[in-house]
Design a protein around this ligand. Sequence first.
Ligand SMILES: Cc1cc2nc3c(=O)[nH]c(=O)nc-3n(C[C@H](O)[C@H](O)[C@H](O)COP(=O)(O)OP(=O)(O)OC[C@H]3O[C@@H](n4cnc5c(N)ncnc54)[C@H](O)[C@@H]3O)c2cc1C
Length: 441
Amino acid sequence: MVEGADTIGGGCRSEELTLPGFVHDTCSTVHALALASPFLGSLPLAEQGLELVHPGVPLAHPLDDGSAVILERSVEETARGLGSDAAAYTKLVGPLVRDAKKLFPDILAPLRPPRHPLVLSRFGLSGIRSAAGLVGRFEGDRARALLAGCCAHSMLSLREPLSAAFGLVLAVSAHGVGWPVARGGSQRLADALASHLESLGGTVEAGRTVASLDELAGASTILADVTPRQLLEMAPGGLPAGYGRRLRRYRYGPGVFKLDWALDGPIPWAAPEVARAGTVHLGGTLEEIMASEDAASSGRHSDRPYVLLVQPSLLDATRAPEGKHTAWAYCHVPHGSTGDMASAIEAQVERFAPGFKELVIGRSAMGPAEVERHNPNYVGGDINGGVQDWRQLFTRPVLRAVPYSTPVPGLFICSSSTPPGGGVHGMCGYWAARAALRAGS
Ligand SMILES: Cc1cc2nc3c(=O)[nH]c(=O)nc-3n(C[C@H](O)[C@H](O)[C@H](O)COP(=O)(O)OP(=O)(O)OC[C@H]3O[C@@H](n4cnc5c(N)ncnc54)[C@H](O)[C@@H]3O)c2cc1C
C-alpha cells in the first residue's frame, strides 16, 4: 500500500491538533459503519489492538426548552421519549433494526440483486423519500428534530429524494450496532488494518504521493483510493476518451468546516443527559436544520448551522490529560467555501451549553481548503468523495456494470467515490478487490 501523507489512515487518523497530550481525530470518530461492515467485521482487528468503546447512548439532540431527545440503544426506550410519536417511530425503525444484520450487507454494496429483497424493499420504501417527506409521519417536534438531524448527515437538502435513507441507516445502526469510538483515537483502526495487512505479507509505504500511474508501472493491479478528479490527473496519456469525459462530469458536494477543541472540562450541557451521548446534533428543530442544509447545498452559509458534535474524551480517557477533554464539531458549507464558521459553530454549542466558550483552552479550525490539504480525497471539503444524491449514489463514479473497474486493464478505483459511498466501512475497497480478483488481475 502506498500512502501520500506521512501517516496512514486518510479519513481515519488522529493527531495532536491543539495542545500536547490532546488526541484529536482529524476526520472520522464514530465507527458505527465499521461495526456494520461485513468486511471489517471479518477481520481480527481486536487482535491487532483495536478496542471500540461505546458511549452511554449513541446520540443526543438538545432543544431550546432545555430538554434533549435521546437516541438510546433500545428502540422502545427511545420511543418513550418521543411522546405521541412513540408508536410511529417504533413502526418505522423497529422492523429495520430487527433485520439490521440482513440489511447492512445489502446496503453496503453496489447495485446487485439483494440477498434479502423483502428487508431491502422495506428500507427502500421509506429511504427513497426525502427527509422532509419521511418526518411528515411524526406530529411532534422531538421525533421530527431527531430524524432530521440523522438525515442531515447526507449532506443533501432535506427536500431531496434519498436524504431519508441516510437518516434511517444512522438510526438503525445506532440501535442495531451502536456508535462507538476507537480507544486511543481513530488512528488505532487504521493502524490495526495496516498491522493485519503486514501480517499477511503486505507492505505499507507512507510519505509517497503518487503523481502519475506511470510510477506504479510494475504493478499488475492498481486499486486507486482516489476520487475521479485525481484519477484524471494521475493518468499520464489520459484515460480512454469516453470514460474520461464521464469522470469529468462527476459532481462533488458541499464541504465541511471543522473545529477541534481542547477543553478545560466537560461541555456543560443545559440538559445534563446530553453528557451520556458520544454524538450530539445541534440545530434545534426540523425547520432550522432544513434551512441550514438548504443553505449549504445552494451555495450559502447559515447563521445558525446544523452542527454535528462528538465528545470522545467522555468515554475514552486517553484522549486528554486528566480532568481535561476533547471535542470536535463541524457544519456543512458550500463546496470550496472560504467562509469562517468558527463563531457560528461555537454559538450553536453555547446555545445548548451556556459557559462552553470559557472552557476552550485550545482550538484548531479547518475550512474546506485545509480539509482538502489534510486529505486530497476531500475535494472542496466534500468528505463523501462526491454528491450522494439519487443520480450519483449507485452510479459513482460512472454508470458501469462493475463501477470499480476502468477501461484500463488492471486499474480499479476503490474510494468513497464508488458504491456504497462515504464512511469508514472498508466496503468500497472490498468490492473493488473482488472486482479485481474476478477480472483475474
Ligand atoms: C471531519 C470528518 C468527520 C468524519 N466523521 C466520520 C465518522 O464519524 N464516521 C465515518 O464513518 N466517517 C466519517 N467521515 C468520513 C470518512 O472519513 C470518509 O468517508 C472515509 O475516510 C473515506 O474513505 P476513502 O477510502 O474514500 O478515503 P480516505 O480515507 O480519504 O483515504 C484516501 C487516502 O488516499 C491518500 N491519497 C490520495 N491521493 C493520493 C496519491 N495521489 N498518492 C498517495 N496517496 C494518496 C490520502 O492521503 C488518504 O490517506 C468523516 C470525515 C471528515 C472529514
